[in-house]
Every structure is written in C-alpha cells, then in structure tokens.
Design a binder for this molecule. Structure first.
Ligand SMILES: [Fe+2]
Length: 223
C-alpha cells in the first residue's frame, strides 16, 4: 500500500495547484494581451474622503436641486462618454456614480473642513445608468481646486465609481490646463494619466449656450 508523508502530500498539492494556476494564468494572459491590443483600462484613483454618505439622487442635472428654484454657480459642463470593456464593447446598464466639489472647491460632505462656501443650489452627486450603447451623460458645473492638506491643493476633478457586471472602477476625471495637475500625487500616480485628463470644449449648438462639452470614456476590464 502506498503511503505518503505529510510533506509528500503537500508537495503533490502544490504541484497540482501550480499546474492549475499555470493553465488559468496562460489563458488569462492570452485574453488580456488580445484585449489590450484595442483599449487600455482607465487608471484607478482613490475613492477619497468625500464619497457621499447618503444615497445619491438619480438625476442627470446636478446644476439644480429638487425643490429649489436657483441654479448652481459656475461653468456649466455637459459631461458624456461611453463605458467600454477592453475589447471596446459597450458596457450596458453599468452604474455610474459621480460626486464632486462645487465651484468654490467645497463638498457637501460633513467631513469637508474647507472653509469655502457651500452652494445651496448644488449637492454635487448623482447616480446614472449607461444605455444600450454604454453611454452616460450628465450636466454639472466645473468644480474648483481645493486644499487637501498643508502642502497640497487638489486640481479640479470629478470622482467616478463605475460598476458593471464583472468590474468596479473608482477613478477621477481631471481637466487639461489645471495648474495643479502637474503636482498632484494622485493624478501623477496613474500609469497613463493622460487617460484621466479631459478637455472642456465649446458646446455644440444642441447644448446650452455658454456651456462646455467634456467627453470622458471609461474602460473596464470585462465590463
Ligand atoms: Fe475630490
């Protein structure tokens, strides 16, 4: 009768696991290599301390607060884009959560100690769904840069958390030309930071006069 010592069984198990891992690993690498030939995943960024505590409203217009007649202060932005996977396929019904500071650099979050004023017409968050083509869009105002420590000013940015069927991505969208982009440790920690920097373009005629158009596509691994 064959007998095995504990160390023999351990070695056999390790070899078996290594073989399984290698077969999965090889097929995974092949898939990734094929997919990365088309698109690159949007770099992740920190969630940050101001993720909203309460449920985010389902709205595509952050420039108005339900029940209030005024409009948020600041440059109106039409932010739109697609959520895609590495193969370029649209991610349908993805949940897109967005949150941001107001035009003075202040979040509505109770932990924000920035003395900049709140805007009564801006709560600064929303939850959206992508459509059948993976598209999302919302209207907001351009956030301002804000102090985040004794020697740190965060450049203007909008936070995103995107949840598909297989993946969740937490990231931040930045604006080209912001003087604080070059010194921001979070933006500069991204491997391909240019994927997070957008241009605020002049609005097309179908959009609100004086507003800007910002296009930000988001790429998940599988979707
Ligand atoms: Fe932030």
């Amino acid at each position: 009768m064959a007998t095995y010592s504990v160390s023999d069984l351990g070695r056999r198990d390790i070899l078996l696991m290594a073989a399984i891992a290698a077969s999965f690993g090889l097929s995974g690498l092949a898939t990734t290599a094929r997919a990365e030939a088309s698109l690159r995943r949007t770099p992740g960024q920190i969630l940050g301390p101001f993720y909203p505590l309460s449920e985010m409203p389902q709205t595509t217009d952050l420039t108005r607060v339900p029940g209030r007649s005024g409009r948020a202060e600041g440059q109106v932005l039409n932010v739109m884009g697609k959520v895609l996977n590495l193969s370029g396929e649209p991610v349908r019904n993805a949940k897109v959560e967005v949150w941001q500071a107001n035009s003075r650099g202040r979040y509505t979050h109770p932990s924000d100690t920035n003395p900049a004023p709140l805007d009564p017409n801006f709560d600064g968050s929303a939850v959206l769904d992508t459509d059948a083509e993976g598209r999302y869009r919302f209207t907001t105002i351009k956030p301002a840069a804000y102090p985040a420590g004794p020697n740190l000013i965060r450049p203007a940015h909008i936070h995103f958390q995107v949840t598909g069927k297989n993946d969740r991505l937490v990231t931040q969208m930045y604006f080209d030309g912001d003087p604080y982009n070059s010194t921001d440790p979070f933006l500069n920690s991204a491997g391909a930071k240019q994927l997070l920097i957008t241009n605020a373009l002049d609005a097309t005629p179908d959009l609100e006069a004086g507003s800007k158009l910002v296009i930000f596509d988001i790429v998940l691994y599988k979707g």
